[in-house]
Design a protein around this ligand. Structure first.
Ligand SMILES: C[S@@+](CC[C@H](N)C(=O)[O-])C[C@H]1O[C@@H](n2cnc3c(N)ncnc32)[C@H](O)[C@@H]1O
Length: 213
């Protein structure tokens, strides 16, 4: 089974138990969103897209600070939990993050929580380019920082993630799509990676939408 199909089956199977991860990481996610808002430097952040939203943890935390939040994911079972938990506060859509069905610059912020380490380099790059295309001002990535403890190793084993490649490649990939990369540890294993889009606010030199299958 290829990576992508395995991930879909894996997340469909763990969807009912995933709120445990929300309980573990909610405080760290809140800290990341504080950093995002504080770092905006006066640029008003109104709307956000959360790609690979899962059960909507990051989307829900973003919705505490921003009035218009959308979450997308490819796994219906995760989205069912997300809609139940965040009903009326966040819009959730079934959509592939490598091929987002939104016009350029649709959101002020594009965010991804614990999504990108699960992808091999080219796929991760495709998601980042789509995030840049649909966002105007900032990207927020919450994901692993270099600290591979036994818990991370166990999760990586069952999830079939790409921890090592992610840690090695993500700083350059983020510098490729944005500027002023800053990395903020949130807890021993997770960090907030923040980048600004474009040389001028609102102008990120975004490319056209990718050809979608
Ligand atoms: C580890 S979960 C993280 C969920 C949530 N962002 C969080 O921080 O709790 C990874 C999620 O990414 C989703 N995902 C993986 N590849 C995706 C893709 N290409 N497009 C959209 N969602 C994807 C999975 O279905 C899963 O729900």
């Amino acid at each position: 089974m290829d990576d992508e199909r395995y991930a879909r089956c894996f997340f469909a199977a763990v969807a009912p138990a995933y709120p445990l991860v929300e309980w573990l990481f909610r405080a760290s996610y809140r800290r990341a969103v504080e950093l995002l808002v504080a770092g905006a430097g006066g640029v008003p952040l109104h709307s956000a897209l959360d790609v690979g939203t899962g059960t909507g943890l990051l989307a829900g935390v973003l919705a505490e600070r921003l009035p218009a939040v959308t979450g997308v994911d490819t796994v219906p079972a995760m989205l069912r939990v997300a809609r139940r938990r965040h009903h009326g506060r966040v819009s959730f859509l079934e959509m592939d993050a490598t091929c987002l069905d939104f016009p350029p610059a649709s959101f002020d912020v594009a965010a991804a929580g614990l999504v990108l380490h699960g992808m091999a380099g080219a796929r991760r790059q495709a998601v980042l380019e789509e995030m840049r295309r649909v966002a105007r001002h900032r990207l927020l990535v919450i994901d692993y920082i270099p600290h591979r403890n036994p818990l991370v190793q166990a999760i990586e084993f069952v999830e079939r993630g790409h921890y090592r490649e992610f840690i090695a490649e993500i700083p350059d990939q983020l510098r490729w799509v944005g500027t002023d990369l800053s990395i903020h540890p949130l807890n021993p294993v997770l960090g907030a990676y923040l980048v600004r889009l474009g040389g001028q606010e609102g102008d990120n030199g975004r490319a056209e939408r990718r050809e979608c299958p």
